[in-house]
Design a protein around this ligand. Structure first.
Ligand SMILES: [Zn+2]
Length: 170
């Protein structure tokens, strides 16, 4: 995954990069441990290891991967949440860029506005996190600010997932 967060709950997400890691953690425990850097998956809140920050990986940008083990001070590894996590699927690593508005994207926009309750219901069904009414409002606000309906691969079936595809909770 290419976005992480440093605390549990509805907090900003950040790209995996050196500067933001240093700003947010001052390279201190629990984020820096032995030879590794850690943070949290923004969706399932399992621990993630940050790759490509300490040592550059050839031909690969820095990114994060679920650890599948407990990380002291960060979080225990919870397998059920991990299995349900959309970030666990390979396709979720695609680069987040908005595309231009098209007739199709405008249709998606209207679909999202008219079915917001259903979308929140779907999110609650699919994702292992608790979403309060207030959180739902925040999600909608970010979705609109970042034009979630214009993300690549957005379609009527995965529209609910696009509420988490905002590049910029930072
Ligand atoms: Zn996850």
């Amino acid at each position: 995954m290419i976005e992480i967060k440093y605390h549990k709950g509805f907090v900003p997400t950040y790209p995996v990069d050196k500067k933001s890691f240093e700003d947010k953690t001052h390279r201190e425990f629990p984020y820096a441990q032995k030879d590794n850097y850690y943070a949290l998956c923004p969706i399932c809140e399992n621990p993630v290891i940050l790759l490509g920050l300490k040592k550059t990986i050839l031909n690969k940008k820095p990114h994060a991967r679920h650890t599948k083990y407990d990380v002291e001070g960060i979080s225990d590894f919870e397998e059920i949440k991990y299995e349900k996590c959309p970030n666990h699927k390979k396709t979720s690593n695609y680069i987040l860029e908005t595309r231009n508005e098209t007739a199709e994207s405008i249709e998606l926009y209207h679909l999202a506005r008219e079915n917001f309750d259903k979308i929140i219901y779907l999110i609650r069904q699919h994702l292992p996190i608790i979403i309060s009414t207030n959180d739902a409002k925040k999600l909608l606000k970010y979705f609109i600010t970042h034009k979630g309906w214009t993300y690549p691969n957005a379609n009527e079936h995965n529209l609910w997932l696009m509420f988490f595809r905002h590049n910029a909770w930072n």
